[in-house]
Design a protein around this ligand. Structure first.
Ligand SMILES: Cc1cc2nc3c(=O)[nH]c(=O)nc-3n(C[C@H](O)[C@H](O)[C@H](O)COP(=O)(O)OP(=O)(O)OC[C@H]3O[C@@H](n4cnc5c(N)ncnc54)[C@H](O)[C@@H]3O)c2cc1C
Length: 492
């Protein structure tokens, strides 16, 4: 039977009841619900009360400040009267990341290790696969393992494997979203279906952390040694994939992220609604995506700072829509659709229309090398690709155009998606992120979008032309700006 509109509205306005795990770890009795509701039990193994310490396996949330997983582990350690160790398992083959990604991450980790120490825990980084969270727990005689969460396929499989192999209780904590992902158990259709649900829960979850002081000194754990933390030496010694080199001019870590946030709020937030559609302006957007991707800053910290500042309401709302609704819609897609990075993940209407137009004559067909080297006929597209190669980022507006043109110039949309993901993940500092897979599925496969008037190649998937795009902003200034960054001397 169909629900009446009223019943639907009523159920939309009802908040879900408190949904914490029935089987929470010890020490969370006085912890507020907004933290408890982030916790998921991953196995049925017992906690080892007589063990030596509590282990927090840090993977995605690479910070010790504003980190719900760190906080939960600390509460448990205090309740057990044990010291806490933060374990980071460095996998040089992780997600085909390039030296550029490892350099940024390791520079941030140096600061994170210092933060961990300041908070009263011990930090140990070891190499994968010789080490794993399960073997580490055995070595240090862990009472319990706490981890953070990551919705991508391989990191989630790592957690599932760890849940089987570790001999003690394992919990994870959803630490890099404002509203915990488990609140949205189904795949959302579009931003308009997720937005009201997020809005309803926002005040419950958009609150500052609950950071305990660790009560037991970690001194007796200092004999547990890890890799030296000098990022430069480490980078030299790791068996990394080949790929784009480091970007040392981009500062990494929590301090850099909070500085960037402060500068954005002070100088650029009020013009965000307009400037975020102007790639020619270097500071039109926050440039926080790499810090978010590496978990160096908590999205709640960003959202709370934006909420509290004096910028116009319209600017705050426009920014929070991207940071919370769009970003968490991407997490929802990746978490709930196993084909998030495959053609099969596109909505049925989009696959149908793309197939109907698969035989259309393409105005240009470019191979992978021509695209990668930014050698197409289109100066605007080439500038977006060059910006990506040389600076590790491309303005969000240009990313849309970039992906749409890959669809237009590829023999088949499936090939276009593969090509876009390959370049996105190889060059963007914020690549290999739910945002990347989801936005590529949006641009090429109509995900979270609706059908548009039909045309060649794209069918009913939204189209972007050079003519209309280049009219929306001063495109020659954008090309000039990119040339000045990437190929000094060519800016004219
Ligand atoms: C084809 C394509 C590929 C993309 N690939 C990535 C990627 O690999 N990694 C990535 O983090 N983002 C990706 N995006 C989303 C978006 O373009 C970037 O997050 C944004 O440009 C980062 O710059 P910023 O931090 O200055 O963004 P701001 O405009 O300042 O936004 C603030 C934050 O909101 C989030 N956000 C902004 N736009 C979106 C969006 N459309 N979807 C989801 N979240 C958003 C990001 O976390 C961002 O840091 C992609 C977009 C497209 C169209």
């Amino acid at each position: 039977m169909k629900k009446s509109k009223n019943t639907e509205n009523e159920s939309m306005s009802k908040k879900p009841a408190f949904r914490a795990e029935p089987d929470l770890p010890i020490g969370l009795e006085d912890v507020p619900n907004h933290l408890k509701e982030r916790v998921t039990r991953r196995n049925k193994k017992p906690m080892k009360r007589e063990g030596r310490c509590v282990v927090y396996w840090m993977q995605r949330s690479q910070r010790a400040v504003g980190n719900p997983a760190f906080d939960i582990a600390a509460h448990v350690a205090n309740a057990l009267k044990k010291p806490m160790v933060v374990f980071f398992c460095l996998d040089p083959g992780f997600a085909e990341a390039a030296p550029r990604h490892f350099d940024f991450m390791l520079r941030g980790i140096e600061e994170t290790a210092a933060q961990v120490k300041n908070q009263g825990a011990h930090f140990v980084m070891r190499l994968h696969p010789t080490n794993s969270p399960a073997t580490f727990c055995e070595e240090v005689d862990a009472c319990i393992l706490v981890g953070d969460e990551n919705p991508l396929r391989d990191p989630e499989a790592w957690r599932q494997d760890t849940a089987k192999k570790v001999k003690v209780a394992f919990y994870t904590v959803d630490s890099d979203v404002v509203v915990p992902s488990k609140m949205f158990p189904k795949e959302e259709y579009a931003a308009r279906t997720l937005r009201p649900k997020i809005t309803r829960l926002m005040d419950d979850f958009l609150v500052a952390g609950h950071e305990p002081t660790l009560k037991v000194s970690p001194e007796e754990l200092h004999e547990i040694k890890g890799l030296p933390l000098s990022s430069e030496d480490l980078l030299q010694s790791l068996p990394l994939n080949t790929g784009p080199g480091p970007l040392p001019s981009i500062p990494s870590g929590y301090a850099a992220a909070t500085k960037q946030l402060a500068d954005f709020i002070e100088n650029h937030l009020s013009t965000y609604p307009n400037n975020s559609n102007h790639p020619e302006k270097a500071h039109g957007t926050s440039r926080l995506s790499f810090y978010l991707h590496f978990g160096q800053i908590d999205p709640r910290t960003i959202a709370l700072a934006v909420r509290r500042c004096k910028a116009p309401k319209e600017a705050k709302e426009a920014f929070l829509e991207e940071l919370i609704v769009r970003r968490e819609l991407a997490v929802n897609y990746v978490l709930r659709n196993p084909d998030y990075d495959r053609y099969e993940g596109f909505p049925e209407w989009a696959k149908k229309t793309l197939e109907e137009h698969a035989g259309d004559k393409r105005p240009y067909l470019y191979d992978a090398e021509t695209l990668e080297k930014a050698q197409t006929h289109d100066p605007l597209w080439n500038a977006a690709q060059l910006e990506m190669i040389h600076t590790g980022r491309t303005h969000g507006y240009m990313r849309m155009y970039w992906a749409k043109k890959i669809l237009e110039w590829s023999a088949h949309p499936e090939q276009a998606q593969k090509q876009a993901i390959l370049l996105n993940d190889r060059y963007f500092l914020d690549g290999r992120d739910p945002n990347g897979y989801t936005n590529i599925a949006w641009a090429i496969g109509g995900k979270h979008d609706r059908p548009w008037p039909e045309r060649a190649v794209f069918g009913k998937v939204r189209y972007m032309s050079f003519k209309s795009t280049s009219r929306k902003f001063r495109y020659r200034d954008y090309i000039k700006r990119v040339n000045a960054l990437c190929c000094p001397g060519l800016e004219k």
